[in-house]
Design a protein around this ligand. Structure first.
Ligand code: ACO
Ligand code: OAA
Length: 370
């Protein structure tokens, strides 16, 4: 039993047709489709359909599915009341975990045996965006904004976050960001959600497990940390001294490194372009220029590439989204991936039950079990 891999590095935990990840080539496919294609040619709703059904929708199916998702946006009053009860100094991911858990109590459990489970999980994906936006509004001391049916998932999400109908440019940026974050094979939070699903627990329990795991700064929480680093650095001239100091103190530089990618994260390449684009649009290239300098210096000095959380930070910041909501926004997208993986786990289930090798003492006692 001693052949263990710390952090389960490279350990294969099963077969999956949801997501293909090539860490050497820097390639990421959902259900066989390259994310660069999906980002350019499809919508987040199409990607949700793809993840759940394994195929891209036809034009007609796309319209129907978009309407189905839109119809599931509204929250019952009980959830709004709960959201208002959560103290505003609660970590937003803890508030999110609480609200999503409560959402699960407002309906019959979705189980591996529920015949309509593929239909019913749409509610979880759709309502997640409304919950994140409502949490944001309450935390800002603002009125909660009711969802609209006529906007896309991305457009409506921004509308509920800000109270203003977003521009088509911002809607497209959010749509692409949602597509890029939707799934990533057996990352820590998806794996955690699959473990919960493997016990044949219910859908929302597995989603809540995912949220608790996504929160950590080594995982989804890194996007907020990246923006805090950029704000601390403030000027392009401070980038190199900041990185040098971090490395000398043996501290992690947030938004860099990855367990699987040994090259550029393909999502980062797309987000980098979006960061430049929005910086140019707003005449505020500072964050992009600082990020590029940081990216190049860390790569040259340490051989580390940036990950998805690096350029998403400046994109969200320039869109005016609060930094504390960056990780909940990650969830608005990743809930789709969790859902596909939970359904897949249930299709061919065996409970996850690995071993730990005991390295503590064994005391001699008068009474023993053997
Ligand atoms: C959506 C996502 O989850 S993407 C990841 C988001 N997380 C971050 O950006 C946090 C910063 N990055 C990290 O902590 C790590 O790179 C992780 C968690 C992403 C991957 O962790 P692991 O695969 O376990 O790599 P590990 O932490 O062992 O790093 C390997 C080596 O690279 C170094 N390293 C890895 N990432 C970084 C970093 N961001 N800054 C500085 N050094 C780093 C480690 O210090 C270690 O060096 P050593 O061998 O000299 O001790
Ligand atoms: O795959 C991982 O380990 C982390 C990651 O990039 C993600 O979850 O998107």
């Amino acid at each position: 039993m001693s052949d263990f891999k710390p952090g389960l590095e490279d350990v294969v935990i099963g077969y999956s047709s949801v997501c293909f990840l090539d860490g050497i080539e820097g390639r990421l496919l959902y259900r066989g489709y390259d994310i660069a294609y999906l980002a350019e040619k499809t919508s987040f709703e199409d990607v949700v359909y793809l993840l759940l059904n394994g195929v891209l929708p036809s034009a007609e199916e796309s319209e129907t599915f978009r309407a189905e998702m839109a119809a599931q946006r509204t929250l019952p009053k009980s959830i709004i009341d709960l959201i208002r009860l959560i103290p505003i100094d609660t970590h937003p991911m803890d508030a999110l975990r609480t609200a999503i858990s409560f959402l699960g109590t407002t309906e019959e459990p979705v189980l591996n045996t529920s015949p309509d489970r593929i239909q019913r999980v749409i509610r979880g994906i759709s309502a997640s965006a409304t919950i994140v936006a409502a949490l944001n509004r309450v935390r800002q001391g603002l009125e909660i904004v009711e969802p609209r049916q006529d906007l896309s998932h991305a457009g409506n999400f921004l509308y509920m976050m800000t109270g203003k109908e977003p521009s088509s440019e911002h809607t497209k940026l959010m749509d692409v960001a949602l597509i890029l974050h939707a799934d990533h094979e057996s990352n820590a939070s998806t794996f955690a959600a699959r473990v919960t699903a493997s016990t044949l627990s219910d859908y929302y329990s597995a989603i809540v497990t995912g949220i608790g795991t996504l929160k950590g700064p080594l995982h989804g929480g890194a996007n907020e940390a990246v923006m805090h680093s950029l704000l601390e650095i403030q000027t392009i001239d401070n980038v190199i001294p900041y990185v040098d100091e971090k490395l000398e103190k043996k501290e992690k530089i947030m938004g860099f490194g990855h367990r699987v990618y040994k090259t550029y994260d393909p999502r980062g390449l797309i987000l980098k372009k979006l960061s430049a684009q929005i910086g140019d649009q707003l005449g505020e290239r500072k964050w992009f220029d600082m990020s590029v300098k940081m990216e190049e210096y860390v790569r040259d000095r340490k051989g580390l590439y940036c990950n998805v959380d690096f350029y998403s930070a400046s994109v969200y910041y320039l869109m005016g989204l609060p930094i504390e909501m960056f990780t909940p926004i990650f969830f608005v997208s990743r809930v789709a991936g969790y859902t596909a993986h939970i359904l897949e786990q249930w299709e061919n289930n065996r409970i996850f039950r690995p071993r730990l090798e005991y390295n503590g003492p064994i005391h001699s006692t008068e009474i023993t079990s053997k």
